[in-house]
Ligand binder design. Structure first.
Ligand code: HAM
Length: 437
Protein backbone atom coordinates (compact mmCIF):
# COMPACT_ATOMS: atom_id res chain seq x y z
CA UNK A 1 0.00 0.00 0.00
CA UNK A 2 1.20 3.49 -0.78
CA UNK A 3 2.43 5.42 2.24
CA UNK A 4 1.68 9.11 2.36
CA UNK A 5 4.51 11.39 3.30
CA UNK A 6 4.63 15.10 3.84
CA UNK A 7 5.77 17.17 0.87
CA UNK A 8 9.50 17.86 0.57
CA UNK A 9 10.48 20.88 2.64
CA UNK A 10 7.30 20.82 4.74
CA UNK A 11 7.77 20.04 8.39
CA UNK A 12 5.70 18.05 10.83
CA UNK A 13 5.80 18.87 14.51
CA UNK A 14 5.43 15.97 16.88
CA UNK A 15 4.72 17.13 20.45
CA UNK A 16 8.44 17.11 21.40
CA UNK A 17 9.22 19.37 18.42
CA UNK A 18 6.20 21.56 18.93
CA UNK A 19 7.14 22.35 22.52
CA UNK A 20 10.56 23.59 21.37
CA UNK A 21 9.01 25.69 18.62
CA UNK A 22 6.56 27.16 21.09
CA UNK A 23 9.49 28.12 23.31
CA UNK A 24 10.86 30.29 20.46
CA UNK A 25 7.50 31.90 19.80
CA UNK A 26 6.83 32.55 23.51
CA UNK A 27 10.12 34.43 23.99
CA UNK A 28 9.79 36.31 20.70
CA UNK A 29 6.27 37.34 21.63
CA UNK A 30 7.36 38.45 25.10
CA UNK A 31 10.19 40.50 23.56
CA UNK A 32 7.83 42.14 21.04
CA UNK A 33 5.49 43.09 23.87
CA UNK A 34 8.38 44.51 25.89
CA UNK A 35 9.15 46.81 22.93
CA UNK A 36 5.51 47.93 22.71
CA UNK A 37 4.60 46.09 19.50
CA UNK A 38 1.01 44.98 18.91
CA UNK A 39 0.24 41.58 17.35
CA UNK A 40 -1.74 41.10 14.12
CA UNK A 41 -2.42 38.23 11.71
CA UNK A 42 -3.51 37.96 8.07
CA UNK A 43 -4.44 35.41 5.37
CA UNK A 44 -2.11 32.64 4.24
CA UNK A 45 -3.45 32.82 0.69
CA UNK A 46 -3.16 36.14 -1.13
CA UNK A 47 -3.70 37.53 -4.63
CA UNK A 48 -0.64 36.71 -6.75
CA UNK A 49 -0.37 40.36 -7.80
CA UNK A 50 0.56 41.34 -4.26
CA UNK A 51 4.00 39.84 -4.83
CA UNK A 52 4.50 40.38 -8.54
CA UNK A 53 7.14 43.04 -9.12
CA UNK A 54 7.04 44.01 -5.43
CA UNK A 55 8.97 41.32 -3.65
CA UNK A 56 11.58 40.88 -6.38
CA UNK A 57 12.51 38.24 -8.94
CA UNK A 58 13.97 35.77 -6.47
CA UNK A 59 10.83 35.41 -4.36
CA UNK A 60 8.57 35.61 -7.40
CA UNK A 61 10.33 32.55 -8.83
CA UNK A 62 9.71 30.67 -5.57
CA UNK A 63 5.99 31.26 -5.20
CA UNK A 64 3.53 28.46 -4.57
CA UNK A 65 0.86 29.86 -6.87
CA UNK A 66 -2.22 28.53 -8.61
CA UNK A 67 -5.59 29.53 -10.01
CA UNK A 68 -8.42 29.04 -7.52
CA UNK A 69 -11.89 27.72 -8.38
CA UNK A 70 -13.10 31.27 -8.96
CA UNK A 71 -10.40 31.79 -11.59
CA UNK A 72 -8.27 34.04 -9.32
CA UNK A 73 -4.49 33.91 -9.51
CA UNK A 74 -3.41 33.28 -5.92
CA UNK A 75 -0.23 32.50 -4.00
CA UNK A 76 0.66 31.15 -0.58
CA UNK A 77 2.36 34.04 1.20
CA UNK A 78 6.16 33.93 0.83
CA UNK A 79 6.61 36.86 3.24
CA UNK A 80 4.53 39.24 5.34
CA UNK A 81 5.75 42.64 4.19
CA UNK A 82 3.31 43.33 1.28
CA UNK A 83 0.42 42.03 3.38
CA UNK A 84 1.18 44.19 6.41
CA UNK A 85 1.57 47.21 4.10
CA UNK A 86 -1.92 46.55 2.77
CA UNK A 87 -3.37 46.22 6.29
CA UNK A 88 -1.72 49.38 7.59
CA UNK A 89 -2.39 51.31 4.36
CA UNK A 90 -6.12 50.58 4.55
CA UNK A 91 -6.44 52.12 8.04
CA UNK A 92 -3.45 54.45 8.10
CA UNK A 93 -5.38 57.58 9.04
CA UNK A 94 -7.02 55.88 12.04
CA UNK A 95 -3.88 54.29 13.47
CA UNK A 96 -1.83 55.98 16.18
CA UNK A 97 1.74 56.73 15.03
CA UNK A 98 4.26 55.32 15.11
CA UNK A 99 2.55 52.06 14.24
CA UNK A 100 4.53 49.20 15.82
CA UNK A 101 3.20 45.81 14.79
CA UNK A 102 4.43 42.22 14.93
CA UNK A 103 3.26 38.78 13.86
CA UNK A 104 4.44 35.18 14.13
CA UNK A 105 3.31 33.31 11.06
CA UNK A 106 4.12 30.61 8.53
CA UNK A 107 5.46 31.29 5.01
CA UNK A 108 5.96 29.27 1.85
CA UNK A 109 8.76 29.46 -0.72
CA UNK A 110 9.65 26.81 -3.27
CA UNK A 111 13.37 26.95 -2.44
CA UNK A 112 16.17 24.50 -2.99
CA UNK A 113 16.30 22.76 0.36
CA UNK A 114 19.40 23.01 2.51
CA UNK A 115 20.40 23.26 6.14
CA UNK A 116 18.19 25.89 7.73
CA UNK A 117 16.12 26.42 4.57
CA UNK A 118 12.80 24.76 3.86
CA UNK A 119 9.73 25.41 1.78
CA UNK A 120 7.60 26.19 4.78
CA UNK A 121 8.99 28.17 7.71
CA UNK A 122 7.88 30.55 10.42
CA UNK A 123 8.99 34.14 10.82
CA UNK A 124 8.60 36.75 13.50
CA UNK A 125 7.93 39.97 11.57
CA UNK A 126 8.25 43.33 13.31
CA UNK A 127 7.62 46.59 11.49
CA UNK A 128 7.31 50.28 12.33
CA UNK A 129 5.21 52.58 10.12
CA UNK A 130 5.09 56.35 10.16
CA UNK A 131 8.61 57.13 11.39
CA UNK A 132 10.93 58.44 8.65
CA UNK A 133 14.08 58.87 10.76
CA UNK A 134 16.67 56.34 12.02
CA UNK A 135 14.87 56.26 15.40
CA UNK A 136 12.76 53.44 13.91
CA UNK A 137 15.85 51.49 12.87
CA UNK A 138 17.30 51.90 16.39
CA UNK A 139 14.14 50.42 17.90
CA UNK A 140 14.00 47.51 15.44
CA UNK A 141 17.67 46.58 15.57
CA UNK A 142 17.45 46.71 19.38
CA UNK A 143 14.44 44.42 19.27
CA UNK A 144 16.10 42.05 16.80
CA UNK A 145 19.10 41.83 19.12
CA UNK A 146 16.93 41.15 22.16
CA UNK A 147 15.01 38.45 20.27
CA UNK A 148 18.34 36.59 20.12
CA UNK A 149 19.87 37.51 23.48
CA UNK A 150 16.64 36.52 25.26
CA UNK A 151 17.69 32.91 24.58
CA UNK A 152 21.17 33.34 26.01
CA UNK A 153 22.93 34.08 22.70
CA UNK A 154 25.72 36.65 23.00
CA UNK A 155 27.91 38.74 20.71
CA UNK A 156 30.10 35.67 20.43
CA UNK A 157 27.23 33.83 18.75
CA UNK A 158 25.75 36.38 16.34
CA UNK A 159 26.14 39.84 14.86
CA UNK A 160 24.08 42.26 12.83
CA UNK A 161 25.50 43.54 9.54
CA UNK A 162 24.34 47.06 8.80
CA UNK A 163 24.30 48.66 5.39
CA UNK A 164 22.50 51.36 3.44
CA UNK A 165 21.00 51.27 -0.04
CA UNK A 166 20.70 55.08 -0.05
CA UNK A 167 24.37 55.54 0.59
CA UNK A 168 25.16 53.11 -2.22
CA UNK A 169 22.90 55.07 -4.59
CA UNK A 170 24.46 58.44 -3.62
CA UNK A 171 27.95 56.95 -3.88
CA UNK A 172 27.36 55.42 -7.30
CA UNK A 173 25.68 58.65 -8.51
CA UNK A 174 28.75 60.58 -7.35
CA UNK A 175 30.83 58.14 -9.43
CA UNK A 176 28.70 59.05 -12.44
CA UNK A 177 26.39 56.02 -12.69
CA UNK A 178 22.77 56.43 -13.83
CA UNK A 179 19.85 54.61 -12.20
CA UNK A 180 19.82 51.41 -14.32
CA UNK A 181 23.57 50.99 -13.89
CA UNK A 182 23.24 51.63 -10.15
CA UNK A 183 20.63 48.89 -9.93
CA UNK A 184 22.89 46.47 -11.83
CA UNK A 185 25.82 47.27 -9.53
CA UNK A 186 23.65 46.67 -6.45
CA UNK A 187 22.66 43.27 -7.84
CA UNK A 188 26.38 42.52 -8.32
CA UNK A 189 27.10 43.65 -4.73
CA UNK A 190 24.33 41.36 -3.45
CA UNK A 191 25.94 38.41 -5.24
CA UNK A 192 29.57 39.35 -4.73
CA UNK A 193 30.14 37.49 -1.46
CA UNK A 194 28.94 34.24 -3.04
CA UNK A 195 30.16 34.52 -6.63
CA UNK A 196 33.14 36.92 -6.47
CA UNK A 197 33.99 38.61 -9.78
CA UNK A 198 31.34 36.63 -11.65
CA UNK A 199 28.75 38.72 -9.84
CA UNK A 200 29.41 41.55 -12.33
CA UNK A 201 28.43 39.37 -15.31
CA UNK A 202 24.83 40.67 -15.23
CA UNK A 203 26.14 44.24 -15.44
CA UNK A 204 28.44 43.33 -18.34
CA UNK A 205 25.57 41.63 -20.20
CA UNK A 206 23.45 44.77 -19.91
CA UNK A 207 25.94 47.61 -20.28
CA UNK A 208 29.26 46.10 -21.36
CA UNK A 209 32.28 45.71 -19.04
CA UNK A 210 32.16 47.94 -15.99
CA UNK A 211 34.63 50.83 -15.92
CA UNK A 212 37.75 49.59 -14.08
CA UNK A 213 37.94 52.66 -11.81
CA UNK A 214 34.24 52.40 -10.85
CA UNK A 215 34.68 48.70 -10.12
CA UNK A 216 37.73 49.39 -7.95
CA UNK A 217 35.72 51.99 -6.00
CA UNK A 218 32.81 49.56 -5.57
CA UNK A 219 35.17 46.89 -4.26
CA UNK A 220 36.85 49.44 -1.96
CA UNK A 221 33.41 50.42 -0.57
CA UNK A 222 32.80 46.74 0.24
CA UNK A 223 35.86 46.83 2.49
CA UNK A 224 34.46 49.64 4.66
CA UNK A 225 33.83 48.27 8.16
CA UNK A 226 33.35 51.33 10.38
CA UNK A 227 31.70 54.72 10.48
CA UNK A 228 35.13 56.38 10.50
CA UNK A 229 36.14 54.50 7.33
CA UNK A 230 32.81 55.38 5.77
CA UNK A 231 33.33 59.06 6.51
CA UNK A 232 36.90 58.95 5.22
CA UNK A 233 35.84 57.28 1.95
CA UNK A 234 32.91 59.59 1.32
CA UNK A 235 34.11 63.02 2.52
CA UNK A 236 36.28 63.71 -0.57
CA UNK A 237 33.23 63.31 -2.82
CA UNK A 238 31.70 66.48 -1.28
CA UNK A 239 28.16 65.32 -2.08
CA UNK A 240 25.33 66.99 -0.17
CA UNK A 241 23.02 63.96 0.10
CA UNK A 242 25.98 61.92 1.34
CA UNK A 243 26.75 64.49 4.05
CA UNK A 244 23.09 64.44 5.20
CA UNK A 245 23.04 60.66 5.12
CA UNK A 246 26.16 60.38 7.24
CA UNK A 247 24.29 62.34 9.93
CA UNK A 248 21.62 59.58 9.89
CA UNK A 249 24.36 56.99 10.26
CA UNK A 250 25.78 58.82 13.27
CA UNK A 251 22.33 59.02 14.85
CA UNK A 252 21.65 55.32 14.25
CA UNK A 253 24.98 54.07 15.53
CA UNK A 254 24.89 56.57 18.42
CA UNK A 255 21.44 55.32 19.49
CA UNK A 256 22.53 51.70 19.33
CA UNK A 257 25.65 52.54 21.31
CA UNK A 258 23.56 54.27 23.99
CA UNK A 259 21.50 51.09 24.24
CA UNK A 260 24.69 49.14 24.83
CA UNK A 261 24.40 47.24 21.56
CA UNK A 262 27.52 48.31 19.63
CA UNK A 263 29.16 44.95 20.22
CA UNK A 264 26.53 43.28 18.05
CA UNK A 265 26.73 45.70 15.11
CA UNK A 266 29.09 45.64 12.14
CA UNK A 267 29.10 48.20 9.38
CA UNK A 268 29.15 46.11 6.19
CA UNK A 269 28.24 47.59 2.83
CA UNK A 270 28.22 44.08 1.35
CA UNK A 271 24.60 43.71 2.48
CA UNK A 272 22.09 45.21 0.04
CA UNK A 273 19.27 42.60 0.40
CA UNK A 274 17.70 40.77 -2.52
CA UNK A 275 14.15 41.99 -1.95
CA UNK A 276 13.12 44.71 -4.40
CA UNK A 277 11.37 47.15 -2.09
CA UNK A 278 14.13 48.31 0.27
CA UNK A 279 14.95 52.01 0.13
CA UNK A 280 17.38 52.86 2.94
CA UNK A 281 19.16 51.16 5.81
CA UNK A 282 19.23 47.38 5.46
CA UNK A 283 20.49 44.81 7.96
CA UNK A 284 20.95 41.08 8.39
CA UNK A 285 21.83 38.93 11.41
CA UNK A 286 24.28 36.03 11.04
CA UNK A 287 25.92 33.48 13.30
CA UNK A 288 29.50 34.49 14.12
CA UNK A 289 30.98 31.23 12.90
CA UNK A 290 29.47 31.83 9.47
CA UNK A 291 28.18 28.26 9.29
CA UNK A 292 24.51 29.05 8.85
CA UNK A 293 22.45 31.06 6.42
CA UNK A 294 21.00 34.38 7.59
CA UNK A 295 19.13 34.35 10.90
CA UNK A 296 17.17 37.51 10.16
CA UNK A 297 16.91 40.30 7.65
CA UNK A 298 15.19 43.62 7.26
CA UNK A 299 15.37 47.23 6.26
CA UNK A 300 13.51 50.36 5.30
CA UNK A 301 10.87 50.31 2.57
CA UNK A 302 9.39 53.80 2.38
CA UNK A 303 7.56 53.36 -0.96
CA UNK A 304 5.76 50.07 -0.55
CA UNK A 305 2.61 51.14 1.31
CA UNK A 306 1.91 53.71 -1.41
CA UNK A 307 2.78 51.27 -4.23
CA UNK A 308 0.17 48.92 -2.81
CA UNK A 309 -2.56 51.55 -2.91
CA UNK A 310 -2.17 53.15 0.53
CA UNK A 311 -0.94 56.62 1.50
CA UNK A 312 2.74 57.58 1.44
CA UNK A 313 3.96 56.08 4.71
CA UNK A 314 7.56 55.46 5.75
CA UNK A 315 8.21 51.94 6.98
CA UNK A 316 10.99 49.75 8.30
CA UNK A 317 11.00 46.21 9.63
CA UNK A 318 12.68 42.84 9.89
CA UNK A 319 11.90 39.15 10.05
CA UNK A 320 13.61 36.32 11.96
CA UNK A 321 13.14 32.78 10.67
CA UNK A 322 12.66 29.85 13.05
CA UNK A 323 14.78 27.29 11.19
CA UNK A 324 18.29 28.77 11.28
CA UNK A 325 17.51 30.16 14.70
CA UNK A 326 16.62 26.74 16.17
CA UNK A 327 19.78 25.26 14.61
CA UNK A 328 21.92 27.94 16.26
CA UNK A 329 20.29 27.36 19.66
CA UNK A 330 20.89 23.59 19.33
CA UNK A 331 24.52 24.14 18.31
CA UNK A 332 25.14 26.37 21.32
CA UNK A 333 23.32 24.04 23.72
CA UNK A 334 20.74 26.75 24.43
CA UNK A 335 17.62 24.79 23.54
CA UNK A 336 16.21 23.63 26.88
CA UNK A 337 15.08 20.03 27.37
CA UNK A 338 11.35 20.15 27.79
CA UNK A 339 9.54 17.48 29.77
CA UNK A 340 5.82 17.37 29.14
CA UNK A 341 4.79 16.19 32.59
CA UNK A 342 1.53 16.07 34.50
CA UNK A 343 1.38 17.80 37.89
CA UNK A 344 -0.90 15.28 39.53
CA UNK A 345 -1.73 11.65 38.70
CA UNK A 346 -4.80 9.94 40.21
CA UNK A 347 -4.66 6.31 41.25
CA UNK A 348 -8.22 5.01 41.42
CA UNK A 349 -10.07 1.99 42.92
CA UNK A 350 -13.58 0.72 42.03
CA UNK A 351 -16.55 2.53 40.38
CA UNK A 352 -17.48 4.64 43.45
CA UNK A 353 -13.87 5.74 43.81
CA UNK A 354 -13.75 6.59 40.08
CA UNK A 355 -16.84 8.81 40.41
CA UNK A 356 -15.30 10.67 43.36
CA UNK A 357 -11.96 11.02 41.55
CA UNK A 358 -13.64 12.40 38.41
CA UNK A 359 -15.32 15.16 40.40
CA UNK A 360 -12.01 16.20 42.03
CA UNK A 361 -10.07 15.89 38.77
CA UNK A 362 -12.39 18.40 37.13
CA UNK A 363 -12.09 20.81 40.08
CA UNK A 364 -8.30 20.60 40.02
CA UNK A 365 -8.11 21.06 36.25
CA UNK A 366 -10.28 24.15 36.55
CA UNK A 367 -7.59 25.64 38.81
CA UNK A 368 -5.06 25.13 35.99
CA UNK A 369 -3.35 21.96 37.31
CA UNK A 370 -2.33 19.32 34.78
CA UNK A 371 -4.08 16.21 36.06
CA UNK A 372 -4.02 12.76 34.49
CA UNK A 373 -5.48 9.33 35.36
CA UNK A 374 -5.75 5.85 33.78
CA UNK A 375 -8.57 5.62 31.26
CA UNK A 376 -9.14 1.92 32.01
CA UNK A 377 -9.47 0.09 35.33
CA UNK A 378 -6.07 -1.45 36.02
CA UNK A 379 -4.44 -2.75 39.19
CA UNK A 380 -2.83 -0.36 41.70
CA UNK A 381 0.70 -1.60 40.87
CA UNK A 382 0.26 -0.70 37.20
CA UNK A 383 -1.32 2.63 38.13
CA UNK A 384 1.67 3.62 40.29
CA UNK A 385 3.96 2.83 37.37
CA UNK A 386 1.79 5.04 35.14
CA UNK A 387 1.96 7.77 37.79
CA UNK A 388 5.77 7.60 37.82
CA UNK A 389 5.94 7.60 33.98
CA UNK A 390 3.64 10.64 33.77
CA UNK A 391 6.29 12.79 35.45
CA UNK A 392 3.74 13.99 38.00
CA UNK A 393 5.01 15.28 41.34
CA UNK A 394 1.96 14.17 43.31
CA UNK A 395 -0.29 11.10 43.25
CA UNK A 396 -3.82 11.30 44.63
CA UNK A 397 -4.93 7.85 45.73
CA UNK A 398 -8.67 7.20 45.59
CA UNK A 399 -8.81 3.78 47.29
CA UNK A 400 -12.30 2.34 47.94
CA UNK A 401 -11.82 2.51 51.75
CA UNK A 402 -10.63 6.13 51.70
CA UNK A 403 -13.46 7.26 49.42
CA UNK A 404 -16.00 5.53 51.69
CA UNK A 405 -14.53 7.56 54.60
CA UNK A 406 -14.54 10.79 52.54
CA UNK A 407 -10.73 11.00 52.41
CA UNK A 408 -7.93 10.79 49.83
CA UNK A 409 -4.28 9.78 50.22
CA UNK A 410 -1.71 12.18 48.84
CA UNK A 411 1.70 10.79 47.93
CA UNK A 412 4.73 12.91 47.14
CA UNK A 413 6.15 10.91 44.22
CA UNK A 414 9.61 12.23 44.92
CA UNK A 415 10.14 11.04 48.50
CA UNK A 416 7.07 8.75 48.63
CA UNK A 417 5.82 10.53 51.82
CA UNK A 418 2.10 9.93 52.09
CA UNK A 419 -0.70 11.45 54.16
CA UNK A 420 -4.47 11.28 54.21
CA UNK A 421 -6.68 14.38 53.90
CA UNK A 422 -10.44 14.98 53.80
CA UNK A 423 -11.62 15.08 50.19
CA UNK A 424 -12.87 18.64 50.46
CA UNK A 425 -9.31 19.77 51.36
CA UNK A 426 -7.74 18.25 48.26
CA UNK A 427 -7.74 21.40 46.12
CA UNK A 428 -6.19 23.52 48.88
CA UNK A 429 -3.55 20.89 49.75
CA UNK A 430 -2.54 20.46 46.10
CA UNK A 431 -2.37 24.25 45.64
CA UNK A 432 -0.19 24.65 48.75
CA UNK A 433 2.12 21.84 47.61
CA UNK A 434 2.79 23.49 44.24
CA UNK A 435 3.09 26.98 45.73
CA UNK A 436 5.73 25.70 48.13
CA UNK A 437 7.66 23.63 45.55
P1 HAM B 1 14.04 37.51 4.17
O1 HAM B 1 15.48 37.88 4.28
O2 HAM B 1 13.57 36.95 2.89
O3 HAM B 1 13.23 38.82 4.54
O4 HAM B 1 13.69 36.48 5.33
C1 HAM B 1 13.97 36.78 6.68
C2 HAM B 1 14.41 35.50 7.38
O5 HAM B 1 13.44 34.47 7.18
C3 HAM B 1 15.70 34.91 6.84
O6 HAM B 1 16.83 35.55 7.41
C4 HAM B 1 15.56 33.46 7.27
O7 HAM B 1 15.90 33.30 8.65
C5 HAM B 1 14.08 33.21 7.12
N1 HAM B 1 13.82 32.52 5.83
C6 HAM B 1 13.64 33.07 4.62
N2 HAM B 1 13.45 32.12 3.69
C7 HAM B 1 13.50 30.93 4.33
C8 HAM B 1 13.36 29.55 3.95
N3 HAM B 1 13.11 29.20 2.70
N4 HAM B 1 13.48 28.59 4.91
C9 HAM B 1 13.73 28.94 6.19
N5 HAM B 1 13.86 30.21 6.62
C10 HAM B 1 13.74 31.19 5.71
C11 HAM B 1 11.86 38.91 4.48
O8 HAM B 1 11.12 37.96 4.38
C12 HAM B 1 11.34 40.32 4.66
N6 HAM B 1 9.92 40.30 4.35
C13 HAM B 1 11.63 40.78 6.07
C14 HAM B 1 11.10 42.15 6.38
C15 HAM B 1 10.10 42.45 7.26
N7 HAM B 1 11.51 43.27 5.82
C16 HAM B 1 10.79 44.27 6.32
N8 HAM B 1 9.94 43.78 7.19
Amino acid sequence: MATFQSLPGFREFYPDDQVRRKHLFDLWRRTAHAFGFAEYDAPVLEPLDLYKAKSGEEIEGQLFSFTDKGGREVALRPEMTPTVCRLVGARASALKRPIKWFSIAEFYRYERMQKGRGRCFTQLNADIFGEPGPEAEIELIAMLTQCLTAFGLTEQDFYVRLSDRNLWCYYLAALGLDEPRTRAVLTAVDRHEKYGDEAFQGYTDQFGPIDAEVKAKVLAFLQVKSLAALEATLAPLGSEPITARLADWRKLLGGLQAMGLSRFIEVDLGVVRGLAYYTGFVFEAFDRKGELRALAGGGRYDDLVEKLGGPALPAVGFAIGDMTFALLLEQRGLMPAFAQAADVYCVIGGPAARAAAFADIQTLRATGRRVDYPMKDVGFGKQFKLAADSGAKLALIYGDDEVAKGTVKIRDLNDRAEHEVPRDHVTAVVRDFFTAS
